[in-house]
Design a protein around this ligand. Structure first.
Ligand SMILES: Nc1ncnc2c1ncn2[C@@H]1O[C@H](COP(=O)(O)OP(=O)(O)O)[C@@H](O)[C@H]1O
Ligand SMILES: [Mg+2]
Length: 349
């Protein structure tokens, strides 16, 4: 049994293998199709998990009127032969008319391009460039880095601005992606995450779709492993909070220290007491204001026997801590008073 079988999914909906259900890449897809239609070279780059292979898969499905040769340079067969591969794309008509090459030249896609042999790149290029014997319609290649090492400068020039970079997804798109993946009977298990829990996942994944899927998978898997039959996620309305997400990610070596939940910030300031939250001098000023009401810098200085310049500094510090508020203005200058926030804290003690 697995978490997703328990939730009645046949396969893992958060699987990280390439999938053609893409979100937020419409513009990139259109640009890519346009380059192919025009018979150009196009270079796609983006971090691992940014959707390169998925996008390449999607355009092959979408452009049915084109023949594609998809190569993964990372595991190209030892005996790979470009000419044989191109010839294998002959149509029935090409065959019965004894054509040596397909009449409609195929589009060649090279994924993990950084691993491609320079000689193969040269061969592919010459089969695309030769105007009389154009054997390749268009060349699309993808890799992680935006630096190209295995091509000549003149080839780089031919690529020009036909480069597509897949950037991290924004939080809206990541949420849409999770919702779509976890859809079951018109409802989505994505709603099991509290808002801040989702924000934490978005933060810890850095907007990378693959990492986002992996980390959401860790959370579901953890709940299933720990609770089995009494997994609370099964229950409608159950919410996973961001403390749980943090704990699970940290158990898996993923650090989310930098994440600040909005609710945490609030808690911290109300959790502190008047005694611990303010310094001795700040407390002197506040106690004075509590007794005397709105006062100017000079009045406070006189009252607590601290120099005016020092009082100014203390009050500015208190302003940042939301301990005082500006009350009004008199001939003697501004008057300050205790903020409602600080007043609430005094009630507690
Ligand atoms: N824009 C996106 N929308 C939805 N899913 C995405 C998106 N980008 C990537 N993914 C998903 O992330 C995973 C990794 O994508 P993949 O295409 O293998 O990335 P890459 O080839 O760049 O490493 C796949 O499961 C893919 O479906
Ligand atoms: Mg890939």
């Amino acid at each position: 049994m697995t978490w997703f079988k328990q939730l009645k999914f046949v396969e893992n909906p958060l699987d990280i293998r390439p999938s053609t259900i893409l979100i937020g890449l419409d513009e990139e897809e259109e640009r890519l199709k346009n380059h192919i239609q025009k018979g150009e070279v196009c270079f796609i780059n983006g971090l691992t998990g940014s959707g390169k292979t998925s996008l390449l898969k999607k355009i092959q499905e979408a452009m049915k009127d084109h023949e594609f040769i998809y190569l993964d340079a990372h595991d190209l067969p030892k005996n790979f032969n470009l000419e044989d591969e191109l010839k294998s794309k002959k149509s029935i008509f090409d065959k019965i008319t004894f054509k040596e090459w397909p009449k409609k030249p195929p589009v060649i896609i090279i994924d993990e391009f950084q691993e491609t042999d320079r000689n193969l790149v040269l061969k592919i290029r010459s089969k695309w460039e030769n105007p009389i014997q154009k054997r390749i319609k268009s060349i699309i290649f993808a890799q992680i880095s935006h630096h190209l090492h295995n091509v000549t400068d003149s080839f780089k020039e031919r690529i020009g601005n036909r480069t597509i970079t897949l950037s991290p997804l924004d939080s809206e798109n990541l949420k849409r992606m999770l919702s779509a993946r976890l859809l079951k009977r018109k409802r989505s298990y994505a709603d099991r995450f509290a808002d801040e829990a989702l924000n934490m996942l978005i933060y810890s994944s850095g907007g990378n779709p693959r990492r986002f899927l992996e980390q959401a998978d860790l959370v579901f898997d953890f709940h299933y492993q720990r609770f089995k039959d009494i997994n609370p996620i099964i229950k409608e309305g159950y919410k996973i909070n961001h403390y749980a997400v943090k704990e699970i990610l940290e158990l898996n070596g993923i650090n989310c220290e930098g994440f600040k939940a909005k609710t945490d910030v609030k808690k911290k300031s109300t959790g502190d007491t008047f005694e611990t939250y303010f310094t001795e001098n700040e407390k002197k000023v506040l106690n004075f204001l509590i007794q005397k009401g709105p006062s100017t810098y000079s009045q406070i200085a006189l009252g607590i026997k601290i120099k005016k310049a020092m009082v100014k500094r203390i009050v500015q510090g208190l302003k940042k801590k939301n301990g005082v508020k500006l009350e009004g203005r008199t001939d003697q200058g501004y008057t300050w008073n205790v903020s409602p926030h600080a007043k609430r804290m005094t009630v507690k003690i």
